[in-house]
Ligand binder design. Structure first.
Ligand code: ZEM
Length: 292
């Protein structure tokens, strides 16, 4: 139906079906490229969307998912963004096929697609992000430091505009993916099913005994039972802090509640710093999953 062709013509206003076509392209590439990591690019695409968004500073209104400034140095070279080139490169053929979509809308759509395709909840989406210039790159240090604990998490996430419940709900994303020694220095997955979104992160945090891993790398925890799972110091803060822990217990006990709260908070995260047209907050789209 000439989706990508019509993009080159003037006055092309992409609609729901056009974005669904981009979603489907990402989803089919996720299926094709199942030799990557634990069998999916999904987790690293979620991480790209999160790092694009999590630079937001509510005081100055800078950062956030508008701009996709991680395409440029210095932001691409920030330590926190190590390894995300794999995610950006994965999306290049999609951008080439649908040149009308901005990088910033595409990265967030890829996060939405990945979360839904990894059996997560529906994540409503609206487009409207514009790509920025190199001058809009955010300073280093806006993303959380894994070696730190609750005071640091509050400082970083309050700056984005989140509260304690939202911090805990967001942390459940660590059900997905893994740490890579050659990226962050840390090593290993948080759960036994790193390509499926569940509330297992909270269950494991609360039910397992976590001990310091004996190794040359940065301080991280391993589970006493199998020694095959990991937690970062920042993850353990979620059960060391009383207020955080109360939310973790709720999410561990109720996957539906986790899905509901996770969806709401990820929509908020993915929209930080975006000057959407007025009235569009009631007009978010829900994409159909690929094999539905
Ligand atoms: Zn993460 N995260 N994150 N995170 N994250 C890693 C990997 C992933 C923290 C953190 O330091 C790290 C959120 C919050 C926080 C994902 C999603 C989200 C890694 C490993 C580290 C070190 C990187 C590597 O080596 O490849 C800290 C301190 C956080 C504060 C709470 C939030 C919020 C997320 C999304 C909503 C995901 C999906 C991964 C796995 C990436 C992959 O490649 O598998």
């Amino acid at each position: 139906n000439g989706l990508s062709g019509s993009a080159t013509t003037k006055n092309f206003t992409p609609k729901f079906d056009d974005y669904q076509a981009v979603y489907n392209e990402i989803a089919s590439r996720l299926e094709e490229n199942d030799e990557y990591d634990d069998g999916s690019y999904g987790p690293v695409l979620v991480r790209l969307a999160w790092h694009a968004s999590g630079t937001f500073d509510k005081e100055t209104g800078t950062g956030g998912s508008n701009g996709a400034t991680m395409r440029f140095a210095p932001e691409s070279a920030h330590g926190a963004n190590a390894g995300l080139k794999a995610a950006r490169d994965f999306l290049e053929p999609v951008k080439a096929k649908f040149p009308w979509i901005t990088y910033s809308d595409l990265w967030i759509l890829a996060g939405v697609c990945s979360l839904q395709e990894m059996l997560g909840p529906q994540i409503p989406y609206r487009p409207g992000r514009k790509d920025g210039e190199v001058a809009a790159c955010t300073p280093d240090g806006r993303l959380p430091d894994a070696s730190q604990a609750q005071d640091h998490l509050r400082k970083i996430f309050y700056r984005m505009g989140f509260n304690d419940q939202e911090i805990v709900a967001l942390s459940g994303a660590h059900a997905l993916g893994r740490c890579h020694a050659n990226r962050s220095g840390y090593e290993g997955p948080w759960t036994f099913s790193p390509t499926v979104l569940t509330n297992d992160y909270y269950k494991l945090l609360l039910d397992e005994k976590w001990q310091w891993k004996k190794w040359e790398g940065p301080k991280q925890y391993e589970d006493k039972t199998t020694k095959s799972l990991m937690m970062l110091p920042a993850d353990l803060a979620i059960i060391q802090d009383k207020k955080f822990k109360a939310y973790a217990e709720k999410y561990a006990a109720d996957n539906d509640l986790f899905f509901k709260d996770f969806s709401a908070v990820i929509v908020k995260l993915f929209e930080l710093g975006v000057p959407f047209a007025e009235g569009t907050e009631n007009k978010r789209w829900v994409f159909k999953t690929f094999n539905a």
